[in-house]
Write a protein that binds this ligand. Structure first.
Ligand code: FAD
Length: 484
C-alpha cells in the first residue's frame, strides 16, 4: 500500500506514552476533552520495561532472602542461595515479557486514541508523526501539546567509550544472564541498586563513582547503604574518576581509573545520569535552541506550561523526565495529573494565569515534598529538604537524628542497623524533610510525606502515636530527642 498523509485534529496531543504521558492523557479524557497519545516504542515507557519494575523485580528476592537469613528461626531454614534463573523469570513476568498489550488495552478502554510512531513539532500546535503503519500523520492540537518524552542516558566523557559495547540501564534491567564480573560506573540510585542486584545474583561487582555513593542523600544514610553493598561483596571505588575504557583480546573490558589502577570485567554498566529527551522533537520550529553542550532544556511553571514561548496562548507543556525536575515515576505522574487538570481547566475557561499553590492544577509538592526511595538493602527513603538544602533555601532549619533502635527494629531482624533524621523549620515548628535508612524503611516514608505536605505542627505530630512494636516508633524517639 502507498503511504498516506493522514490529517487529524484532537483537543490535546501527548507525545510519549510512558507512565507520565498515560496519566496526562487520562486526566484529559476524564475532563471531557479528546487526546491522542503518540508512542514510538512500548506503551508504558521506561518504568514498565527497563527501569522501576524490572530493577525492583531483580532486587526484591535478594531482600526477602536476606530478611530470612537475618531472622533467627527462619535463617536455619535457608539452605540455598538465590536462584538467578527464577529471579530473571520473575523479572520477565513484571515486564510482561516486554509486550505492551495490557497497557494498550488500558489506553483504549480509557478512551484515549493511541498512535504508534515518532512525533515532532512542525510549528505551534502542529505535529508530524512518522507512523509505524508507514503513514505520515499530521496532527493539529486544538488546545495543547504535551511533551512526555522521558529522558536519555548521559554519555560520560571517557576515552574509548564509543569504541566498546557497554550496558546501559536498559541492557542491565533486561539482562538474560548474570555476568561473572560486572563493573558499574556511577554511584547514583540506578547504579547503586543494580550493583547490589547483580552482586546478589552472583556477579562479582565493582562500583566506580567519581564522587561518593548516593551523594544527594545525607551521608549517614548513604554510609549504611555502602556498608550493605560491601557486605554483599561489592567493591566500592569511590572518588575515582574513570579515564579510559578498552576491550581486551578475551572480550573483557578494562576500565582505567585516574589513580593509575584498573578494573576488568566481562560487562560494564554505564549509569551516570540522564537528561530530558528533547532532541529531535522539532522544538526549534517554535523558537527553542540547544545550549552550548548541545542539549535542550525547557523551563516550566507550576502547571507544567513551557515558559518563553512567543504570544500568550498557553499551549505547550512538558511533564515527567522531559521536564527535567524530578526524575521519578511517582513525581512525573503527579505532574501529569496537575498538568492534565490545568489543560482542561484552561480549555473550559476556568483557569487564567498560573494556578494557586496546592490547587489540583499546580505541582506545588515539587518544591516542598518530593519523596524518593533507594530500593537497596538496607533501603534509603527520603522526602523534602535535607538540612543543607533547607538552609540554602533560606529556612531557619535544624535537624535531629538517631540510629533506629526501637522494639520494632530489634524484632525485625538480627543486628538491625538504621538511621533516621527529621529536618525542622524552627520558625514554624513544622517538618521540612525526613530521611530513613535501614531494612524495610521505605514504607515509613509516606507518613513523613504527609507530615511535610500537611505542614503538621510538631506539637500536633506528637499526638500521632506509632503502634508498638513497629519501626515507626522511631518517630516518637526523634520527637523526644527534639525536645517534645
Ligand atoms: C534503572 C532505573 C530504575 C528506576 N527506578 C525507579 C523507581 O524505582 N521509582 C521511580 O519513581 N523512578 C524510577 N526510575 C525513573 C523512572 O523510570 C522515570 O522517572 C520514568 O520512567 C519517567 O517517565 P516518563 O513517562 O516521563 O518517561 P518514559 O518512561 O521514558 O516515557 C517516555 C516515552 O516517550 C516515548 N517517546 C520519546 N520521544 C518520542 C517521540 N519523539 N515520539 C513518540 N514517542 C516518543 C518513549 O518511547 C517513551 O516510551 C528509574 C530509572 C531507571 C533508569
Amino acid at each position: 500500500m502507498e503511504p498516506e498523509a493522514v490529517e487529524r485534529e484532537f483537543d490535546v496531543v501527548v507525545i510519549g506514552a510512558g507512565a507520565v504521558g498515560e496519566n496526562v492523557a487520562d486526566r484529559i479524557v476524564r475532563g471531557g476533552l479528546t487526546a491522542v497519545l503518540v508512542e514510538a516504542e512500548l506503551v508504558g515507557g521506561e518504568c514498565s520495561y527497563w527501569a522501576c519494575m524490572p530493577s525492583k523485580a531483580l532486587l526484591r528476592p535478594g531482600t526477602a532472602l536476606h530478611g530470612a537469613q537475618t531472622t533467627p528461626g527462619a535463617k536455619e531454614a535457608v539452605t540455598r542461595t538465590l536462584s538467578a534463573a527464577a529471579v530473571l523469570e520473575r523479572r520477565n513476568y513484571f515486564t510482561s515479557n516486554w509486550q505492551d498489550d495490557s497497557q494498550v488495552s488500558w489506553v483504549e478502554d480509557t478512551g484515549i486514541e493511541l498512535l504508534r510512531g515518532h512525533a515532532w513539532l512542525t510549528g505551534p500546535k502542529s505535529i508530524e508523526v512518522a507512523g509505524l503503519d508507514g503513514n505520515q500523520h499530521l496532527l493539529r492540537a486544538r488546545h495543547a501539546v504535551v511533551l512526555a518524552t522521558g529522558s536519555t542516558p548521559n554519555t560520560p566523557p571517557i576515552e574509548g567509550l564509543q569504541d566498546v559495547q557497554v550496558w546501559g540501564t536498559r541492557e542491565a534491567t533486561s539482562a538474560r544472564e548474570v555476568p561473572e564480573r560486572l563493573t558499574v560506573l556511577g554511584g547514583g540510585v540506578a547504579g547503586t541498586e543494580l550493583a547490589q542486584a547483580f552482586a546478589r545474583l552472583g556477579s562479582r561487582v565493582t562500583l566506580v563513582a567519581r564522587s561518593g555513593l548516593l551523594r544527594n542523600f545525607p551521608e549517614e544514610a548513604a554510609t549504611l547503604v555502602a556498608a550493605g553493598l560491601r557486605a554483599d561483596g561489592v567493591e566500592l571505588r569511590l572518588n575515582s574518576a574513570t579515564e579510559r575504557i578498552s576491550r581486551n583480546d578475551d572480550g573483557t573490558l578494562t576500565v582505567s581509573l585516574a589513580d593509575g589502577t584498573s578494573v576488568t570485567a566481562g560487562k560494564v554498566l554505564v549509569s551516570t545520569g540522564r537528561h530530558p529527551a528533547l532532541e529531535g522533537l522539532g522544538l526549534e520550529s517554535v523558537g527553542f535552541e540547544p545550549d552550548e553542550s548541545g542539549h535542550l532544556a525547557l523551563s516550566t511553571d507550576t502547571s507544567g506550561l513551557v515558559q518563553g514561548l512567543p504570544g500568550d496562548d498557553p499551549w505547550l507543556y512538558a511533564v515527567g523526565d522531559a521536564a527535567g525536575k524530578n526524575l521519578f515515576t511517582h513525581q512525573g505522574k503527579y505532574e501529569a495529573r496537575a498538568t492534565g487538570e490545568a489543560i482542561v481547566a484552561r480549555a473550559k475557561g476556568e483557569l487564567k494565569g498560573t494556578p494557586d499553590d496546592w490547587s489540583r492544577c499546580a505541582q506545588t509538592a515539587n518544591q516542598h515534598a518530593v519523596p524518593s526511595v533507594v530500593f537497596t538493602d538496607p533501603e534509603l527513603a527520603s522526602v523534602g529538604r535535607t538540612v543543607e538544602a533547607a538552609r540554602k533555601d533560606g529556612y531557619n532549619a535544624s535537624s535531629v537524628e538517631l540510629p533506629i533502635q526501637v522494639a520494632g527494629s530489634s524484632l525485625h531482624s538480627e543486628n538491625y542497623e538504621g538511621w533516621a533524621q527529621l529536618v525542622v523549620d524552627e520558625d514554624r515548628k513544622v517538618l521540612l524533610g525526613a530521611t530513613f535508612a535501614g531494612p524495610d524503611v521505605a514504607e515509613l516514608l509516606h507518613a513523613a510525606t504527609i507530615a511535610v505536605v500537611g505542614e503538621i505542627p510538631l506539637d500536633r505530630l506528637w499526638h500521632a502515636v506509632p503502634s508498638y512494636p513497629t519501626i515507626s516508633e522511631v518517630w516518637l524517639r526523634l520527637l523526644e530527642k527534639y525536645g517534645l
